[in-house]
Design a protein around this ligand. Sequence first.
Ligand code: UT7
Length: 330
Amino acid sequence: MTKITAAITAVGAFVPDYRLTNKILETMVETTDEWITTRTGIKERRILKDKDKGTSYLAIKAAEDLIAKSNIDPAEIDLVVLGTATPDLPVASTAVYVASKIGAVNAFAYDLQAACCNFLYGMSTAARYIESGKYKKVLLIGADKMSSILDYTDRTTCIIFGDGAGAVLFEPNTEGLGLLDEYLRSDGNGREFLKIEAGGSLLPPSEETVKNKQHYVFQDGKSVFKFAVSNMADVAARIMERNDLSHDDVQWLVPHQANKRIIDATSNRMGLDPAKVMMNIQRYGNTTSATLPLLLSDYEKQLKKGDNLVFAAFGGGFTWGSIYLKWAYN
Ligand code: UT7
């Protein structure tokens, strides 16, 4: 029997218009464009200003972009998986609402939550459904309205994150293209370093939690950085090793956009020329679930059928991992 692999066959993306630049942030918190640029690589991020719009708005826009570009009939989509750390509502998967709004009337849908690894883990999830032979079209979306969980008086977090969404379609492939290997890891000891403390079952919302600003993202940046910089490089190197990929064999590194210094450390470890490293952190900051598909959308025109892509990500939890995927179209 011919082996079925899960290939990406279409990409879509959306970012809101409003640009929150480092210069504007200088007027909001005690920071400088120079500090943010040298420490993170970020120059600006997009923010969804509309108070009445949540993550679903971003996700729907990205999915609609994909549908329009690829000409697929949304009624043919079997499954919609939405990776998000900022669902519209704590209960009632945002994916279900998105699926209905885009006309995926024959799909089932659910959210996936693994912080900045939402999209990477989502690729693994989507691939398993396709490889089973039972599902032909799986839409994977990564979307986050990070501005909804940021304290814009906290300079350690508000300078990092932005809003955005990206989507990819997975379909069966029998030419050996698509997702070929993955190495996914997690470590629950990491949750104290990057979290939202309140609003969950452990510490439900109360007057106290609001007063203490416990509904915003907290990050011990230095500790997360230390884990991220070594672990993201380790998994990417391991994926190369066990697939016999030299730096010449890899056309693209697709790294989570958390910090340019982490991305540089990963590509150095892989021995990659900087020209092979996808990067758009300067324009969008860290969009959590959307970083990887936003990269694919920005670089789509440069990708060729058969290109070897190595994805790598690290996020809260901790969660991290790497995926090896052969690009399926020109
Ligand atoms: O995507 C999920 C995973 N997340 C990550 O991978 C993020 C990993 N961490 C990072 O990217 C970096 O740790 C940060 C960008 C968050 C921070 O950079 P850093 O080089 O680790 O800075 P730091 O936290 O060690 O802070 C250095 C100094 C401190 O001042 P003192 O204590 O040395 O006087 C901070 O208070 O910089 C200060 N600082 C700032 N200064 C100006 C912190 N934030 C700012 C700021 N502007 N925005």
